[in-house]
Design a binder for this molecule. Sequence first.
Ligand SMILES: [Zn+2]
Length: 311
Amino acid sequence: MIGAVDIGGTKIAVGIIDESGQVKCRAEAPTEAERGYAAGLQKICEMLRQVLSKCGPTIRGIGIGSTGMLDPIRGEWLDVDFLPGWEQNNPVDDLSRAFGVSTAMENDGDAGALAEAYWGSGKGKSRLVYVTVGTGIGGGIVLDGKLYRGVAGSHPEIGHHVMEASGPECSCGLRGCWEALAAGSCMEKWYEENCPVVGRNGERVSARQICELARDGNEFAKRTVEREGTYLGLGLANLIGMFVPEVIVLGGGMMRSADLYLGRIREVIRSGCRFVPAEKTEILLASLGEDANLIGAATVWQHRYVTTIPS
Ligand SMILES: [Zn+2]
């Protein structure tokens, strides 16, 4: 059994995962980042004890997947937008001490990539790119069966490659990043700014509602979905051009409506990528569902301390 901790800006989930990637039990609570790291750590420890008393009694180690910039080698946070004031704290040391087992931490995009490579749609593939499309675009890269890291253990941000130099401003400082054009929040913004008839009673129309409208045959919603598919396809075509992976696994909230985008995505990829065998790159949907982040966190420990990706 492995302890798993998934730390996001709004909630923290904790669980016990067995070594075939099944969640045995779980608990979750709001992050309340503003109360500071010490309160957060205390909450994580309490939740871990709670799940251990239910389905423990022992764990071999603890894996953490967390939002934000972090140093996975030292096990501490750097500057994290969603966890203000938590930087330079080291949950790896703190949880190791509290529970007497080895602990490892990765960015949650990397944790998701590892989970898919170990137990999900990408199982057994040694060259995989995981892309999660929600309010932002993130992911992780597995090359030759190992998590790819940048300099000093850094996590590459695949959502921030520039697609349109004069496109919308992006939180990273550039303009026209993939995320700024194709994330769910950007699709909503584009719809709002360009729709000839403004939403329902002036309310913001969510990505999910836009998809529903498109399914009902609403012409502008269909155009919005087509545009979304085009930008998703362009970003994936770029990734195929750069990595030519065996598989790209797509996850995140926006992929609940993947059937609306996949046709256009495949069309865009087919229309380009002439200089690589793009047809050999499978485009698959993530398969670990709601527990993906917890399974990912456990896989972080497994990848660091036990096994390479099973084939
Ligand atoms: Zn950006």
